[in-house]
Design a protein around this ligand. Structure first.
Ligand code: PLP
Length: 372
C-alpha cells in the first residue's frame, strides 16, 4: 500500500508531557520558514530571549533556547559548568535526579548523592547535613518538579542552603516552568533548564536555559574546552547574543522557535502568576475528583505538583488496558508509572494549555468508566 500523509488523531494529552498545543501555537509553526540569520528572525530571537527572561523571572543575559529537548538543556548545564576537579552534590528523589547523577559521572567529577524517598520532596535538612560533611562541594543540583513521581521540591530553600555553603546551583525546571512559582534571580539559581513541551505547551524539541552572571564567568574561565561542541555555551552564545554580528553555529529549528515565541507570548499575555494559579485551581478539582473515585495520591498534599498528579493503580486493575481504553474510547492520554513506580502508578498531567476545566471533566468521566 502506498504511504499516505500522516494525519495524527486529535488526542487530549494528560500524560507527563508533551501537553496539548493550542491552535495559536500550531498556526505559528505553519508560518513561512525563513533563514536562521535573516534579520527578521534575529529580531524574533531577541524577543524569545526577553520572553524567556520573563518566564524564568531573571535578568540573566545568558538566557536562550537550546535547539534540542530538555535532556540537552540538562547536559548543557552540566558539561559547561562542571569539570573533573569539581565536587557536585546531586539530590535524587526520582528518575530525573538519577539522570543528573549520570551526567556528573560521565564528566568524571566527584559526586555526592543526597537521597530522599521517591514520591517525596528533597529534604532540605539532608542537603544541609551533606554540605556540612563535604566542605569541598562547589555545586548543588536538584530537580524542582520531579515528573516521575509528582513531587515538588522547595527550590527556594534548597538554593538558600547551597548559597550558604558557597555552592552554585543547577536546577531542573523541565516540568516546573510556567506551572508553579519559579524565581530564578530571587532564589539565586545559577543554571536552569526547561523543556518546551510541558507547561509552556509548545511543540517538543526545545530547551530554554539560563545562566547567572557567576555561572557565565565560570564557563568563561574554563581552562579546558567543553567536551560537547554542540552544547558549548561560549560558541552558541555567538549566535544568540545581542552583541555584535550573529555567527552561524548550527541551523536553528526556525519554525519551532516561532512556536516557542507564540507560546511564551501567550504566557506573558495571561500573566505568569495567573498561569500558576490556573494550574493550582484545576489541580484541586482534579485531585478531589480522583480521590472521590477511590484513587490515592503518591505524594503528600503539601509536596504535590499541580501539573503532575501521580496516583496508585488500584489492586486488581490492569494498567495497560485502562490506558488503552482511555486512548481508544476518549482519545485521552495519561502516563504510565516510571522508575520505582513503573506498573504501580498513573501519572496524570495538567500542564500548560491542557490545564483547563473541560479536560479535567473529561478525565474524571473517562477514569470513572475505566474503574467501573
Ligand atoms: N527533566 C525532567 C524533570 C523531565 O520531566 C524530563 C522529561 O520528561 C526531562 C528532564 C527530559 O526532557 P526531554 O524528554 O525533553 O529530553
Amino acid at each position: 500500500m502506498a504511504i499516505q500523509s500522516f494525519i495524527p488523531p486529535q488526542r487530549t494529552l494528560m500524560g507527563p508531557g508533551p501537553s496539548d498545543v493550542s491552535q495559536r501555537v500550531l498556526s505559528a509553526l505553519a508560518r513561512p520558514t525563513i533563514g536562521h540569520l535573516d534579520p527578521e528572525f534575529i529580531t524574533m530571537m531577541d524577543e524569545v530571549k526577553q520572553l524567556l527572561q520573563y518566564a524564568f523571572k531573571t535578568k540573566n543575559e545568558n538566557t536562550m533556547a537550546i535547539s534540542a529537548p530538555g535532556s540537552a538543556g540538562m547536559e548543557a548545564c552540566f558539561v559547561n559548568l562542571i569539570t573533573p576537579d569539581d565536587t557536585v552534590v546531586v539530590c535524587r528523589n526520582g528518575v530525573f535526579g538519577a539522570r543528573m547523577i549520570e551526567n556528573v559521572q560521565r564528566i568524571g567529577a566527584k559526586l555526592v548523592i543526597v537521597d530522599s524517598p521517591w514520591g517525596r520532596a528533597v529534604e532540605p535538612q539532608r542537603l544541609e547535613d551533606t554540605l556540612k560533611a563535604h566542605p569541598q562541594a562547589n555545586f548543588v543540583a536538584f530537580v524542582h518538579a520531579e515528573t516521575s513521581t509528582g513531587a515538588c521540591s522547595d527550590a527556594k530553600s534548597l538554593c538558600e542552603i547551597a548559597k550558604r555553603y558557597q555552592c552554585l546551583t543547577i536546577v531542573d525546571a523541565v516540568t516546573s516552568l510556567g506551572g508553579i512559582e519559579l524565581r530564578v534571580d530571587d532564589w539565586g539559581i545559577d543554571a536552569i533548564y526547561s523543556g518546551s513541551q510541558k507547561c509552556l505547551s509548545c511543540v517538543p524539541g526545545i530547551s530554554p536555559v539560563s545562566f547567572s552572571e557567576q555561572a557565565s564567568e565560570v564557563i568563561q574561565r574554563r581552562s579546558t574546552p567543553v567536551q560537547s561542541w554542540f552544547l558549548d555555551q561560549s560558541l552558541v552564545m555567538g549566535y544568540w547574543s545581542g552583541k555584535g554580528k550573529r555567527a552561524y553555529h548550527h541551523t536553528a529549528p526556525v519554525n519551532s522557535l516561532y512556536a516557542l515565541h507564540e507560546s511564551l507570548l501567550m504566557l506573558q499575555q495571561e500573566g505568569i502568576e495567573n498561569a500558576w494559579h490556573r494550574h493550582q485551581s484545576q489541580h484541586q478539582v482534579l485531585a478531589q475528583g480522583l480521590t472521590e473515585l477511590g484513587l490515592n495520591f503518591i505524594v503528600p498534599e503539601a509536596e504535590r505538583l499541580p501539573q503532575l498528579n501521580a496516583v496508585y493503580i488500584p489492586q486488581g486493575i490492569d494498567d495497560a488496558s485502562v490506558r488503552q481504553m482511555l486512548l481508544q474510547e476518549y482519545n485521552l492520554e495519561i502516563g504510565a508509572g516510571l522508575g520505582e513506580f513503573a506498573g504501580k502508578a498513573w501519572r496524570i498531567g495538567l500542564m500548560g494549555f491542557t490545564a483547563r476545566r473541560e479536560n479535567v471533566a473529561l478525565c474524571l468521566t473517562a477514569m470513572a468508566e475505566a474503574l467501573k
